[in-house]
Design a protein around this ligand. Sequence first.
Ligand code: AHG
Ligand code: MN
Ligand code: MN
Length: 323
Amino acid sequence: MINLFQHLRDESVDASLVQLLESVINASKEIAFRVRQGALAGVLGSTQDENIQGETQKNLDVISNQLLKDLLLACPHVRALASEEEDTVVAGNPQGEFIIAFDPLDGSSNIDINGQIGTIFSIYRARENIAANDEAQFRQQGSTQVCAGYVLYGPSTLLVITIGKGTHAFTLDTIQGTFLLTAKDIRIPADTKEFAINMSNQRFWNETMRRYINDLVLGESGPRGKNFNMRWNAAMVGDVHRIISRGGIFLYPSDNRNPKQPAKLRLLYEANPMALLIENAGGKAWNETQRILEIQPRELHERVAVILGSANEVDMCLNYSGS
Ligand code: AHG
Ligand code: MN
Ligand code: MN
């Protein structure tokens, strides 16, 4: 079987990017090990602190962030990093060629229930003539990402990655400690009968979104004329992985719960990397009006609506007039 680093060589990936990825991989293998140990490694439970977004930090959020940060700052190719758990940009080597944004631990509410969690990352070329610690480093459209991926800590540990072309999956061989290629050039089916949305937010959605979801739920007897199944992992990384594995549509639409926060998911380290992985597997990823990868980022922790997955179903949702 081909391991990750053989694959990167076969794809002629720059040595500097390979070295950066090695840091991400080493941190995520360490996170995976601690996740497996669970309570025995003292990774469950919450801290007393909140991150800049007002969310309580879990112990594993903080541990994962620290591991990634330490390894990435030791890598000479990292000019700057941005993390869900860091208020501002963290400067690395001023000569580093790349910047990286990450969600160290996605699906925090699943940590204590032994559910699916993951790490999401997004890599860009550093911008010249801009200081390493300047937020402007990260004001780059998602379409310019040189690499994006996630590591899913599920029953097995999986890395799903795209470096320009194709989306590939590697499974961690826990005996050898290497990621082995287990799915090459993944293609997401264009049609689906499965959707993922947090239905408890229904009353906060706009009228079109309510109608679209309602018509899915009506199944065979409704205007769509087919039955749909619903899944919700409460971890984007788990929901996106299901869609990458067998298709589906994932939605975290804008809502009117809190006027200061019209959407939940973060552009830089959730929506953009997932959008690139989905598009490079033949799927679509939009907010309610445009391709996620074409959004011009304004702030480090900015939030966006996300509708992604099987291409025909995403189109159906975006153009919905319905019953
Ligand atoms: P995080 O744990 O990094 O804060 O992200 C959680 C996100 C995302 O992974 C998931 O899709 C969504 O929040 C779940 O939201 P609900 O709690 O509304 O289900
Ligand atoms: Mn997250
Ligand atoms: Mn997180």
